[in-house]
Design a protein around this ligand. Sequence first.
Ligand code: GAR
Length: 197
Amino acid sequence: MSYGLKKIILFASGSGTNAEKIMQQVQSSGVAHVAALYCNVAGAGVIERAKTLKVPVRLFENNQLNDPEVVGQWLQEDAPDLIVLAGFLRKIPEFIVSEFPRKIVNIHPALLPRFGGKGMYGMHVHRAVKESGALETGITIHYVNPAYDEGAIIFQAKTPVTESDTPEEIARKVQILEHKHYPRVVVELLKEGNHGQ
Ligand code: GAR
């Protein structure tokens, strides 16, 4: 438990539109310091977004995620109050999940428990929603546990899917919900300050 400004770190692999909005909102909230962006893809768009916001970047190879002496060691040094996954496409290893109980959150671009699990990310999710004929989709913000997309749900928001919606249109609707809610929910969690209990 830290008594000064809280600290968050983010994990992201891609363009980083969510990570950017979260970093901005946390910085302007004054509730926490964005200690670092952890990224496993050299050249990912999120790296430039972090640099523009003066957030330090920790770049790693996928095998280093599972190495307690690399990513595990960085996490010890950064000692985050909250770890936010924003389009991070690897599984967080169990030793990290157990070191940070109820301190790791993720966003999934659908209404879990449907359309989750291994291989379900990005456009794969929106195509599956379209093919299923579902009449609605949305976002799920949830805690991370050792299984993909199965941790306790913190927040969901829905949007209708019409017959004429393409997977790209579904993705656009979902992204609007993500940008509206994920930064807000992260700031609220930081304010609640009951992580790890
Ligand atoms: C977001 O839509 C997020 O929900 C999704 O990756 C996208 C990242 O976009 N995450 C998953 O699919 C996790 N299973 P961004 O890089 O523009 O924030």
